[in-house]
Design a binder for this molecule. Sequence first.
Ligand SMILES: Cc1ncc(COP(=O)(O)O)c(C=O)c1O
Ligand SMILES: N[C@@H](CCOP(=O)(O)O)C(=O)O
Length: 460
Amino acid sequence: MRYVSTRGQAPVLNFEEAMLTGLARDGGLYLPETIPAFSGIEQLDGLSYEEVAYRVIRPFTGDSFSEDELRGAINRAYARIAHVARAPLTQLAPGHHLLELFHGPTLAFKDFAMQLIAQLFEIALKRSGQKITIVGATSGDTGSAAIEAFKGIDNVDVFIMYPHGRVSEVQRRQMTTPAAENVHALAVSGHFDDCQARLKDLFNDHAFRDQVGLAGVNSINWARIVAQIVYYFTAAASLGAPAREIDFTVPTGNFGDIFAGSIARAMGLPIRRLVVATNQNDILHRALTTGEYRTGTVEPSISPSMDIQVSSNFERALYLAYGGEASAISQLMDELKAGGFTISQGALQTLQDQYVSGRVGEDDTLAMIRTVRDETGEILCPHSAVGVAVARQHIEPGVPMVTLATAHPAKFPDAVERAIGVRPDLPPHMADLFDLPERVTRVENDAEAIKSLILERRTQ
Ligand SMILES: Cc1ncc(COP(=O)(O)O)c(C=O)c1O
Ligand SMILES: N[C@@H](CCOP(=O)(O)O)C(=O)O
């Protein structure tokens, strides 16, 4: 399996190289030259999550990892998900199901990919003896999952940039309380898009990148996407695929999770519709309905992890919609630096054939948390509530709808309390979160300041 950049000017890599590289050297994102077809969907129902993960991921890894290495990594990663099904499905209403992706150690769907890629990084780095510096940008969940997965791993430093004052207190403490010396939380003056833009600045400074052995664990990294494909297969298989088509609604920000769904469909999973659900930071909804991808001001919301206006993975979707025309993507990304671009008619039609979208504001999100609690007893986090609210606009008789529940409500107690007057409890393994000392460095929204800090603090 060979991986190519969306901008067409970076070296073609194998899976392990693409995983360790993160952002391509031409500023693009790696994706496989061809998407492998998956055969044997009818055999998946009833298999363990780990077995499905092995079957789905194996075609992407080529000869980068042996069968034993990959199976071992998968087993160790998912042993940390505290639900026997790993990604259980619950029923919200006839024909509407919730895919609970929040039973991992940091209570968000990010654990599914991050736990696995930490295992794969460890294997690869032990083999090569290479030392790396992971830098991540987060609106709250990627950062906590990365710190949890990579803390204490040899040969790795992890620096996570989060927008100061714009993550929930639980998310912040998850990033600032781990004591491991190789993890560093950086509170950046700005919003998530600033953090992600600075991250890309660091990758695009090739001298710095080579000096520190820069690696990325955002969904920029193809290995993240691969791991996120698996739960589409487990959910669809348990609802009757391949004999039956399934719809999925995905609370969306950086477009990684829903893009994983589009890859599952390209592999042959009978997904009829992929529904993009956004909060008021609705660039994706606007782009998919009008063809205009124009950045606006990021508005803080009660679903802060989706407060994103520049959706990194949309570049991958555009690349596929433009038929792999890398020069067109480079041109669009240049236009994005000046505020935005217009998607060509043909590419927009392709995107609209694949994705539909919806947007909900805060009042409707709060109302949905209340409604679902009253109807089912399930307490949703605000991101999942955005998903459920949009899903309800798109449910059609005869086609099961699955909404991805992307985080645990206890990560966002203020929003949940506003909705239902109850503060959800953290699980026992996080009971001391509010007693632990915090360790964080404030840093300006400035690539040079961030680079200096990394050079000063890294332990490798
Ligand atoms: C809880 C939660 N829901 C949804 C999303 C959106 O996912 P994606 O960025 O993959 O679109 C995020 C952040 O990524 C998140 O943390
Ligand atoms: N919502 C995310 C934003 C980064 O997403 P990623 O999937 O690209 O890592 C977060 O919680 O940090």
